[in-house]
Design a binder for this molecule. Structure first.
Ligand SMILES: Cc1cc2nc3c(=O)[nH]c(=O)nc-3n(C[C@H](O)[C@H](O)[C@H](O)COP(=O)(O)OP(=O)(O)OC[C@H]3O[C@@H](n4cnc5c(N)ncnc54)[C@H](O)[C@@H]3O)c2cc1C
Ligand code: SF4
Length: 573
């Protein structure tokens, strides 16, 4: 009897992941006329329901601090949903002797619902650092290749900043920056004395209305998400215009397991787990854009094995999972007595810093290679979960005297965080741990991690710089109880460097390059081995400049999407 095969839908493009990279690709490709199906491992986002930007503690379970009061910082219950250091049933492992932390998000828009909105361009020297100091590798593209795409992204999403001409920290298409607040002025004065450049920060937050999005109303709660979409998230800024074209099919709660290779040597489908029914399903397309975030994308490629690609698809070079880096991070807190009992004044602003310090020693001979920038914050923002943990740790007693101490200390602490460049090394990478699967039956990643001396020297330099800023500004360095105990211990020896992955700038795991023996992708983020496969997150990065990566992810994804459309028009894909 004749068997009737149901006709399968073949989309022009399948995108995996809806974060910074996937969202940008969806907007550009659908507006360019292509039909797109997007697989997203998390649920759809509803800002009115999911964002708790103006919620009070009494409106939340546990008043926002989680069961047993254990949730702090980016884990507390006020924050935008579904971003976690740990995900139930979806573990990862670390090799003996390695420490690594991996913050993942499982929701439409990914970690752009949670990010700090710091939107910095990489500079021209960041694309060719190997040619300058012999370490790492140069990118196969230059600043000039990506600059027009930085322009497009900034103009579309809205980034505030100022024209400054700081070497290797390029200016962009900026909205006016907000004025410095009192604490920021105190620090700027100290930086001026120390010849440390301190300028308006560059954040993806609107200071003027743009494309139907309202200007920021200065509630300073960006990490909770923004119901008026005044800051950038892919879920509110990239996905809606893609959906409006009528050419986007979004499949939520769809965990991609494997890219399926067709007889013609191209990817023909993605096999995914429908998390709602646990059924295994497939979607078909002519081209595939993997944008699941740098390490998830590497995991998907490594798990896509076939006779042609026994070590994972697009991995004939063996580099997939290698060259993993994160930013070098270090932190220090200062206490400023002059800010104690300060008269109540208007401290309104965005949910982030109004000023920052770009790398001010560029081009000089320093005791380490590459550079870092400084982010800082404090002052009289609305107190959040854990705001007074430090005061409670240090103050003896409770009740009225503790409350009084909290009131007088409120607004008198300023924290400094360095973000510096890590140079890839052979001991920092991820691979499949074939002994462990997640609850969907998908093998998980195992992380190997090692900082090199260069990063440890950089972190020490950060600490010394923070200390001199605090002291020049008339403050004292705060050592918490834990730090006092560790004063002679490992933290001190290694310059108080962050744990790998902790800065949430992990990247480089499917890197681009001109030589297919040492890279997985070409300069258009297209797999050398499989021409209808593209990667559009931070996995293609060749270096991890001190600048936070997300603006570059979006600029690169836009550029990759333009190239893909061009190839599709020519019938090459
Ligand atoms: C608290 C915080 C602060 C940050 N601050 C900054 C900052 O100030 N500046 C900056 O530049 N960066 C910052 N970052 C980093 C920034 O969020 C990321 O660089 C950026 O979101 C990465 O974009 P992406 O598209 O690669 O991945 P993500 O945004 O992580 O999106 C990936 C998406 O893919 C989905 N996915 C994963 N696996 C699969 C699968 N197998 N199948 C289907 N879907 C899948 C996920 O659910 C997710 O939605 C911060 C991050 C956090 C968490
Ligand atoms: S500070 Fe501005 S951008 Fe941030 S959540 Fe509030 S209104 Fe939105």
């Amino acid at each position: 009897m004749l068997e009737i095969t149901p006709r399968r839908t073949v989309y022009d493009v399948c995108i995996i992941g809806s974060g910074a990279g996937g969202g940008t690709a969806a907007k550009v490709l659908t507006e360019g006329g292509l039909s797109v199906v997007m697989l997203e491992a998390g649920p759809r986002l509803n800002p009115d329901r999911d964002f708790k930007e103006h919620a009070w503690p009494y409106q939340l379970d546990h008043r926002g601090v989680g069961i047993g009061g254990r949730q702090r910082g980016i884990g507390n219950e006020f924050m935008a949903p579904n971003g976690f250091w740990e995900i139930d049933g979806e573990p990862y492992t670390t090799a003996p002797g390695s420490s690594f932390r991996w913050f993942r998000s499982r929701i439409e828009g990914g970690r752009t619902n949670h990010w700090g909105r710091i939107a910095l361009r990489f500079g021209p020297a960041d694309f060719r650092a190997h040619s300058t100091d012999g370490m790492g590798d140069d990118w196969p593209i230059s600043y000039d290749d990506i600059a027009p795409y930085y322009d497009k992204v900034e103009a579309y999403i809205g980034v505030f900043g100022s024209k400054e001409n700081v070497p290797n920290s390029p200016d962009g298409v900026f909205m006016p920056p907000p004025k410095p607040r009192c604490t920021e002025t105190v620090i700027k004065k100290a930086c001026d004395k120390l010849n440390i450049t301190c300028i308006p920060s560059r954040l993806a937050i609107l200071t003027k209305a743009l494309n139907g999005r309202d200007a920021c109303h200065y509630c300073a709660q960006c990490g909770r998400g923004c119901q008026s979409a005044s800051n950038f998230s892919s879920s509110q800024v990239m996905i809606p215009p893609a959906a409006a074209t009528g050419r986007l099919t979004m499949i939520a709660n769809a965990m991609a397991r494997e890219l399926v290779l067709g007889d013609n040597g191209k990817v023909e489908a993605v096999s995914y787990v429908d998390k709602t029914t646990k059924a295994e399903k497939r979607v078909y397309a002519k081209a595939f854009v993997v944008a699941a975030s740098a390490c998830e994308s590497a995991r998907l490629l490594l798990n896509s094995r076939s006779a042609s690609f026994p070590n994972g698809i697009a991995n004939s070079s063996g580099v997939v999972g290698r060259y993993l880096t994160d930013s070098v991070g270090s932190h220090l807190e200062g206490h400023f007595p002059q800010l104690e009992n300060f008269p109540i004044h208007n401290h309104d602003g965005v949910g982030g810093m109004h000023l920052y310090m770009p790398w001010w020693l560029f081009g000089q001979k320093n005791e380490f290679l590459r550079g870092y920038h400084i982010e800082f914050g404090g002052g009289r923002n609305m107190p959040g979960v854990g705001s007074f943990d430090g005061v409670c740790e240090e103050h003896e007693g409770y009740g009225a005297s503790l409350k009084q101490r909290c009131r007088s200390a409120y607004g008198s602490f300023i924290g400094f965080s360095g973000r510096g460049e890590m140079i890839p090394n052979p001991n920092s990478y991820c691979e499949i741990d074939s002994d462990v699967k997640d609850k969907w039956g998908i093998p998980v990643l195992r992380f190997h991690w090692e900082w090199s001396d260069n990063e440890i020297k950089m972190a020490r330099h950060m600490q010394a710089t923070f200390r001199s800023i605090v002291e020049t500004a008339g403050g004292t360095v705060v050592l918490g109880v834990k730090e006092q105990m560790n004063a002679q211990g490992d933290d001190q020896k290694n310059g108080k460097i962050s744990t790998g992955g902790e800065i949430i700038h992990e990247l480089g795991t499917v890197r681009m390059g001109s030589d297919k023996k040492t890279s997985a992708l070409n300069g258009n983020c297209q797999a050398h081995d499989v021409n209808n496969l593209f990667v559009a997150d931070a996995a293609p990065f060749v270096s991890n400049a001190d600048k936070n990566p997300t603006l570059t992810i979006m600029a690169l994804a836009w550029r990759t999407s333009d190239y893909l459309m061009d190839q599709a028009k020519k019938g090459e894909i």
